[in-house]
Design a protein around this ligand. Structure first.
Ligand code: NI
Length: 138
């Protein structure tokens, strides 16, 4: 089994806010991340797939193809957007990295299956700040 990784980048705004809570409770739990007027991050999206190399190409997946797929199905929908307001697949969801990475997984898993790719998702790592990142293994 070989693991192959592609890194992409996007900028997006969000706030952490639970609409079922008061403003005070949101501020208590989320601190500055609950700032009403949003804040932004330079996100790194690091997608690792696994599989065996195609005997004709030597590739588990063509990284150009994987890059285009991540761009068209994920990055184009998030880049320079407000995650809480603009992103259809995050509608009515908490805009945390944990929730976001799980939604990204669902989309990419479907896209890879639709392409009959020999590569399967292994890990998605979403880096929010130099100190904070989440990893999801499905
Ligand atoms: Ni944030």
């Amino acid at each position: 089994m070989i693991f192959v990784t592609r890194k992409e980048h996007f900028n997006a705004a969000h706030k952490l806010y639970n609409p079922n809570w008061s403003k005070e409770k949101n501020e208590e739990v989320f601190g500055p991340c609950a700032n009403e007027n949003w804040h932004g991050h330079n996100f790194e999206l690091i997608v690792t797939v696994k599989g065996t190399p195609d005997p004709d190409t030597g590739f588990v997946i063509d990284l150009k193809v994987l890059g285009k797929l991540i761009k068209s199905s994920i990055v184009d929908r998030l880049d320079h957007k407000n995650i809480n307001l603009d992103v259809d697949f995050m509608k009515d969801k908490l805009a945390s990295c944990e929730i976001l990475v799980m939604e990204i997984w669902k989309i990419l898993e479907k896209e890879l299956a639709a392409q009959n790719s020999r590569a399967k998702l292994h890990r998605i790592k979403l880096v929010e700040t130099p100190k904070n990142y989440v990893e999801y293994f499905g």
